[in-house]
Each structure stands twice: as C-alpha cells, then as structure tokens.
Write a protein that binds this ligand. Structure first.
Ligand SMILES: [Zn+2]
Length: 87
C-alpha cells in the first residue's frame, strides 16, 4: 500500500524515543498517520478509523509498543507498514 498526502494542513510530531513521526490534521488535530524512515524509505501506517471501508481490512492486531525496544519497533514496522509519499 502507498499513501499520498494532499495539501499542506498537516502538523508533524515525534514520539517519545524520536523514532516515528505522527502526522496530524492541523484543522481538527486528528491523527492521520504515523511514519518512520526505514532504510532510506518513508514507511508508515494510516489511522484506519478515518477510512470509509474500514470493514474491508483484516482484524486489528493488539500490540503493546511500550514493551518493545527501539530495534524491535523498527523491525516490526519494517514488516507491517506501507510506503508513504508526498511529505
Ligand atoms: Zn481535520
């Protein structure tokens, strides 16, 4: 999957360990997506609550990211996340 953001109404914040960027809508502050540069490519996941046909996705995976080290997070994201374009 590839995601393209259109427009400039996006604010970027980093998480606690500075690994990932969180992209929020500037108008309503809704979380749109989370992204991270892995091996030179911007990878990320979109907030599925914003998608119209969310029932076409698979079941959500329960995770406890606080229990993962920085290296374990990057390894997990590299497997799960799609590619982001347009930032
Ligand atoms: Zn908004």
């Amino acid at each position: 999957m590839s995601v393209v953001f259109i427009g400039d109404g996006i604010s970027t914040k980093q998480n606690g360990d500075q690994l990932a960027n969180f992209y929020h809508c500037k108008a309503c502050n809704e979380l749109l997506a989370v992204g991270c540069n892995i091996n030179g490519q911007l990878r990320g996941a979109v907030n599925s609550n914003l998608l119209q046909d969310v029932n076409q996705l698979g079941n959500p995976i329960q995770i406890q990211p606080r229990l993962l080290s920085a290296g374990e997070k990057l390894e997990r994201w590299d497997k799960l996340w799609g590619f982001l374009n347009g930032f």
